[in-house]
Design a protein around this ligand. Structure first.
Ligand SMILES: [Zn+2]
Length: 93
């Protein structure tokens, strides 16, 4: 399935971030911009990769704890975000 460009600057990392922030499907040019950004990041920040993985693990654990502390709210938010990215019926795209 081809995704249309949502922004005039599609194909840039800034546009990719806007897709993510607004929950808009990401086109191939923005996916390519993300890959290039990440490649450059890894090249320029080799020492931060291990730290980034640890931070991602901490974030994931915190999200799990938050979901367990507030299961109803978490389910509601997850349902809303799923509808945003998958469409109103929640079907897989
Ligand atoms: Zn785009």
């Amino acid at each position: 399935m081809t995704v249309e460009h949502a922004f005039e600057d599609c194909g840039t990392y800034a546009a990719y971030q806007r897709h993510k922030k607004r929950g808009i499907p990401i086109d191939d040019d923005c996916k390519a911009a993300l890959r290039e950004y990440m490649r450059e990041y890894r090249e320029n920040h080799p020492d931060t990769l291990k730290r980034d993985r640890r931070v991602a693990t901490a974030r994931s654990r915190a999200l799990t704890r938050l979901a367990n502390a507030h299961p109803g709210e978490y389910s509601r938010l997850l349902r809303e975000e799923r509808q945003r990215v998958l469409g109103s019926n929640g079907a897989r795209a």
